[in-house]
Write a protein that binds this ligand. Sequence first.
Ligand code: GLA
Length: 396
Amino acid sequence: MRHRILAIPVLLLTITASSATAQSTTVRPSDALAPTPPMGWNSWNKFACDVSEQLIRETADAMVASGMKDAGYQYVVIDDCWQVGRDSVGNILVDAERFPSGMKALADYLHARGLKFGVYSDAGTKTCQGRPGSRGYEYQDARTYASWGVDYLKYDWCSHGTQNAEASYRLMRDALDASGRLITFSICEWGSNKPWLWAGGIGHLWRTTGDIQDCWDCKRDWGGFGVVHILDLQVGLESYAGPGHWNDPDMLEVGNGGMTTEEYRAHFSMWAMLAAPLMAGNDLRTMTPEIRDILVNRDVIAVNQDPLGRQGRKVRDDGDTEVWAKELADGSRAVALLNRGATPAAVAVSWPEVGYTAGLEATVRDLWTHADVGKARGRYVATVPGHAAVLVRITP
Ligand code: GLA
């Protein structure tokens, strides 16, 4: 008798445990998207609402001609302001003056060049620029995007009223899955509801902060941040990132004119260390060779795109100087020696800080000069200019 009473809860527990496992291991085809952080270009940081099919076509051509496509950039994403209303049955209407050939033709143009097409919408009733959002039209919009050949959706969080964030993003994820097309899903909820806790399995990337600004350390009243402030907000989020699901510290400002070349190199270095999506945000048609060389630096991109998919972490904080380390698939480490201060400083990393024994001999390669700087045992030290980073790969 006693035995039978005990047997029921045990059976129930078994059933609950196995159904929970079944749910969490459900494999969706879209799970395979973004095994490494997405790379591409987005219109917002440079062009805001000044988007058009001509801009997108010229940007695609520049992405190919500049070598960016060969370096791994593939998505071309139109951010806010391409949409102007809905027709009588709710279909989203594209601005016909700015996109006279329509979105399908634009997608075809990109696909013919081996690139992928991205658009932007919003989980609430309106986008951040007051254009129609997707609230109540999720499945309809997802079907429309699929019919155009869309490969990537950035989904914002303005005008959300009392909506629940997780439920809102899950709804669009389900709509995209049902659309018949594989679409990379970029959650843009600014970190407001700690998306790193719930967005893996919903989106492939999720914003962790408010909007990036084209400056080293400025802040805006409405919640915009310079590069080093965004960097500070990534500490503690490392374990939530991995293949298929990435923390997104926002798009790149490299080349937009508000920072020095050295600051842009540091910005790009740190985004590589963070395993951040690399979405260029400058005018690719007119960028200088210096800026192009930052964006196509293959040694740095290899750190970002490393298949192990580890997000780098801060291993040392001495105020103005910091050391960040990222474990790579071949057992080597990428190490960033960051100087946030205005004057040059010597910054050192010791092997135990990156998980190596002190006596280990390792090759150190500078990923900006592309030169091996010799063998080192126990530590490496470099003089880092003000507002700059030295990025090295340490290989035992
Ligand atoms: C928000 C997002 C930005 C951009 C704008 C467009 O601010 O965070 O990245 O998409 O909206 O209006």
